[in-house]
Design a protein around this ligand. Structure first.
Ligand SMILES: [Zn+2]
Length: 284
């Protein structure tokens, strides 16, 4: 079981966590590109983390040591009490390009009211366990699933402040059309921190391969090859390290919702994320 998010860090995000319990997130599903069903569910119990009931196989030996000694930042989208704190969540924060954007959003949910924030936190905890098993240090943007925020700017900044080698922001999409399915990976376009643009895309491409190897299909509605470059994701704009946002699937799709609601499914997503990181860093 990996240690709680941000343990051992002293940056602003941890200060926020400790002092005010604030947490935020950035969801691409709030953009014009990504229709979103409103999250109407009440907060659920914090997901049980760390159970390894997955079906995945161990990492290939060729990449098994690729993560040893690295620091990986994980950003589980949204938070459990965002919907109860609209004024805090809607306040404007820097979008990383000179404008502003809402601090955070509530995220989406399955038809069965399993919320995105619970899904993303559980997948992040599972991925964190796997990363630590592989020798990586893990820092997270939020410590639990019972808080508010953090805001989208901090969700990008914390990775750089932690000296992370990569940032993975974990989300699930909420396209209203229930026939929509599949994952997609978002990277920054026209990056403010230009040196991260190319390595971010490299991480994204490995993530796509890893997801496909895990038998997840890309959502054909989003770009070619499962990777979409955008300028409107504040967390990615603020990231000073290679960063990707993964929309693991569509929560309004019945089959993918069932997968996300299952521990086995969440473990598969976590394993795919770690496999993508392993493959990327094995080539560095
Ligand atoms: Zn989201």
């Amino acid at each position: 079981m990996f240690s709680p998010p941000l343990a051992g860090t002293t940056g602003p995000v941890s200060a926020v966590l400790l002092s005010a319990g604030l947490l935020l997130s950035g969801c691409s599903s709030q953009s014009a590109q990504t229709p979103t069903a409103p999250a109407t569910s009440a907060p659920v119990a914090t997901p049980v983390a760390g159970e390894t009931v997955g079906s995945g196989s161990p990492s290939p030996s060729a990449t098994a040591e690729a993560l040893d000694g690295l620091t990986i930042a994980l950003d589980p989208g949204h938070n459990g009490r965002n919907s109860r704190n609209p004024s805090e969540i809607s306040r404007k924060v820097p979008d990383g390009r000179g404008g502003t954007k809402a601090c955070n959003t509530t995220g989406t949910a399955t038809a069965g009211d399993y919320p995105e924030h619970a899904f993303t936190f559980d997948v992040a905890v599972r991925a964190g366990d796997l990363l630590e098993d592989a020798g990586a240090e893990v820092v997270m943007s939020r410590a639990d699933d019972d808080g508010v925020g953090p805001c989208v700017d901090e969700r990008g900044q914390f990775a750089g402040e932690a000296g992370a080698d990569a940032l993975v922001s974990i989300h699930a999409n909420g396209t209203a059309e229930t026939s929509a399915s599949g994952f997609h990976v978002i990277v920054v376009d026209d990056a403010v921190h230009a040196d991260v643009e190319e390595p971010s895309r490299a991480v994204a491409e490995q993530m796509v391969t890893a997801f496909e190897d895990a038998e997840f299909d890309p959502n054909p509605a989003y770009g070619r090859d499962g990777v979409v470059a955008r300028t409107d994701i504040a967390g990615l704009n603020h990231a000073e390290v290679p960063a990707v946002m993964i929309e693991c699937g569509e929560m309004r799709n019945r089959d993918e919702a069932a997968l996300m609601e299952s521990e086995e499914g969440r473990q598969r997503y976590a394993e795919a994320i770690v496999a993508g990181l392993e493959a990327h860093f094995a080539e560095q």
